[in-house]
Design a protein around this ligand. Structure first.
Ligand code: ACO
Length: 327
């Protein structure tokens, strides 16, 4: 027996504290003009001290459950995509499961950096299609501020905090997840990583002094990879779904840089109103950026039932992924 899996509710949660480009001018050698012209970012949301990823991820999940009208007890699985878990273990998904009261759900974390939401939806929808589960919460939550080096101007201006979630359930044929394309190229692991805190370089006085617990990124290499990955993954997912670029009603790209988003928009010949952009107000929120943008598109009525939504992301790993979904 096989079923169809689709998105039946979306939710997101963002901190209220705003860090503007003017704030960064006081912290590092940068300026608003550079940040806006090179990235498209004007401000980003930063969590308060003492808060953790599960705080925002739980709120995003609750919003998605409310939107779907499904009770937490009916959730079978919680998948949390994150590279900034509350702790190394237990899984942040377990903390979310408990706080939601999802007492019948299994829970695990998934690490695929900014592509994490694409991976999570692919795994979750596969488990619904095969009949294993009926309701799967996929949440992407990251507080990148926790691993951002606020003395490194080449990365600190880029990132923000937040969480976005979807509830996946059985839907009628012709709707839901139409195709998925995932990929990995671990030879590029060196371009985007947090070197310390794992088994290779456990926390030590030296690792902290050498600032090895902060995210490191080769911006130019990541940029080149991102432009290629966005285009090729989108092309593959359209082909698998039997769609063409003209069929795209809404494109929800990972929000890393407006120039990367523009390259994808031009490549697929899409009008500006078909591409969801949140980067100016939230920066790069890692795995959360796509579900946050999707939630805003759904709640504003820009993404409507029956629309073909293409989501595409890339990130550390290196990883990439695209999904074609009929809402
Ligand atoms: N303010 C002012 N100048 C800066 C800043 C800053 N904040 N940051 C860097 N510069 C300087 C550099 O030092 C460099 O100066 P130099 O020429 O004297 O050496 C100059 O600006 C140009 O630097 P580039 O790195 O070439 O700038 P670029 O146009 O590539 O933009 C950026 C940098 C924005 C990081 C871009 O490369 C980018 O967006 N890359 C992709 C990042 C990305 O997509 N990450 C996604 C994954 S994130 C994840 O998975 C968690």
């Amino acid at each position: 027996m096989s079923y169809h899996a689709g998105i039946v509710g979306t939710g997101s949660a963002l901190p209220t504290r705003i860090l503007t480009n003017a704030d960064f001018e006081k912290m590092v050698d940068t300026n608003d003009e550079w940040i806006v012209s090179r990235t498209g970012i004007r401000e980003r949301r930063i969590a308060e001290e003492g808060e953790a990823t599960s705080d925002y991820a739980t709120a995003a999940c609750q919003n998605a459950l409310d939107a779907a009208g499904v009770a937490a007890e009916d959730v079978d699985l919680v998948i949390c995509a994150t590279v900034t878990p509350d702790m190394m273990f237990p899984a942040t998904a377990c903390l979310i499961q408990d706080r939601l009261g999802a007492t019948h759900a299994a829970a695990f974390d998934l690490s695929a950096a900014c592509s994490g939401f694409m991976y999570g939806v692919t795994v979750g929808s596969g488990l619904i299609e095969s009949g294993v589960y009926k309701n799967v919460l996929v949440v992407a939550g990251d507080l990148l501020s926790r691993i951002t080096d606020y003395e490194d101007r080449s990365t600190c201006v880029l990132f923000g905090d937040g969480a976005g979630a979807v509830l996946l359930s059985r839907v009628e044929e012709g709707r839901g997840v139409l195709a998925s394309d995932l990929g990995s190229d671990g030879s590029g692991a060196k371009y985007l990583l947090q070197p310390a805190g794992g088994s290779r370089m456990p926390a030590s006085v030296e690792s902290v002094e050498q600032r090895q617990h902060y995210l490191k990124m080769e911006g130019r290499e990541t940029f080149k990879f991102a432009v290629k990955a966005m285009a090729s993954s989108t092309e593959r997912v359209l082909e698998q779904a039997g769609l063409t670029k003209q069929d795209i009603d809404v494109l929800v790209p990972h929000q890393a840089n407006i120039r990367i988003i523009e390259a994808a928009r031009t490549r697929f010949g899409l009008d500006e109103d078909k591409v969801v952009v949140t980067i100016h107000k939230y920066g790069n929120t890692s795995a959360s950026s796509i579900p946050i943008a999707l939630d805003e598109a759904v709640r504003s009525g820009r993404a409507k039932p029956g629309d073909v939504i293409v989501m595409v992301g890339f990130g550390g790993g290196l990883t990439w992924g695209a999904l074609a979904v009929r809402l």
